[in-house]
Design a binder for this molecule. Sequence first.
Ligand SMILES: NC(=O)C1=CN([C@@H]2O[C@H](COP(=O)(O)OP(=O)(O)OC[C@H]3O[C@@H](n4cnc5c(N)ncnc54)[C@H](O)[C@@H]3O)[C@@H](O)[C@H]2O)C=CC1
Ligand SMILES: O=C([O-])CC(=O)C(=O)O
Length: 352
Amino acid sequence: MSSSIASRVSSITRMAAPTASKAVGISASRTFTSSTTAQNKVAVVGAAGGIGQPMSLLLKLSGKIEHLSLFDIVNTPGVAADIGHCNTHGKVTSHTGPEEMSTALDGCDIVVIPAGVPRKPGMSRDDLFNTNASIVKGIAEQCAKSCPKACFLIISNPVNSTVPIFADVLKSAGVFHPGKLMGVTTLDVCRAKTFVAENQGMDVDKVEVDVIGGHAGTTIMPLLSQIPGAKFSDEDIKALTHRIQFGGDEVVKAKDGAGSATLSMAHAGAYFAGRVLDGLDGQADIKECTFVECDITDAPFFASPCTLGKEGVSEIHGFKNLSSFEQALVDDNVDSLKKMAKKGSDFVKNSQ
Ligand SMILES: NC(=O)C1=CN([C@@H]2O[C@H](COP(=O)(O)OP(=O)(O)OC[C@H]3O[C@@H](n4cnc5c(N)ncnc54)[C@H](O)[C@@H]3O)[C@@H](O)[C@H]2O)C=CC1
Ligand SMILES: O=C([O-])CC(=O)C(=O)O
């Protein structure tokens, strides 16, 4: 199955190169490394958190970002001052609290969002809905005003519901671009590559695994049958699939009340943002799995390999040639994905 959304996004013109940052000299916001003209601007919303801090560091170290704009409701100045001392390309600005949010977001090409509470042992990602739904809705409302043409990369859980929330807020504001809203499922791919490489004795740098579906429990569906050069027993397929699906729980349990995955997520988020940036910059053949609005199943949002281009997602590749094990997973999980998306949409509807 394949679905091109190029036509749907073709009318969206990517913003002209943003102008030089206005943050210098603004007393409410602070700039920590001065630079010349900004060519791109990336914001991290939730920058002072467990994911936000190391992810912002990795983004700064990438050297790909001219203006890294760090926003949180608390503690942003310290994080930005600290990261801003790294001698890599690009400037870092700090923005704290609702009154500084529009400056943080203004003119962004990409907004990466790890804002919200993490799980504790015994909780599901859906148990975070009551707190994180309103956080994500508020952020989406501000993004719709300040940077409607940006790509939005949603990390906050439950992704299967927070992405639909974000979409509905952008739709209400008339600024939704389907190719520019992506749920970040990269950590599932990172885990799949790591566990498969261990199991098969392969070089982890060379393993490619597509993970489709969503980002919660059994909605995470790794396509192990399609890995070039890999051979698994039926038991291995079941055990590996389960470990990839519940990798988040493994970390939550090991952290024993101190939160969920932060460091591996920082790596996954910075990597994915870098790939989106490469696509925006016009590099060819950038393909990553991500959770987007699409019609490849009955669920309104579904993760699958996507080509990233100058307008965000330019092609959704979907899936084909599934093993019977994988097809059964898809058949069993589309309903849950529909329900979780509806829960997000209902939340937006009922809070208007
Ligand atoms: N998509 C994925 O694969 C993964 C998602 N997550 C999710 O990411 C989220 C963040 O996790 P952690 O960083 O560990 O949590 P954390 O509690 O350490 O950090 C969250 C940060 O968000 C900030 N925040 C809260 N409300 C905000 C708002 N309205 N605007 C801006 N910032 C706000 C907090 O001040 C805090 O600094 C959680 O929902 C977690 O479940 C975590 C791991 C993987
Ligand atoms: O498990 C969690 O709550 C955090 C998460 O999404 C992950 O690690 O995949």
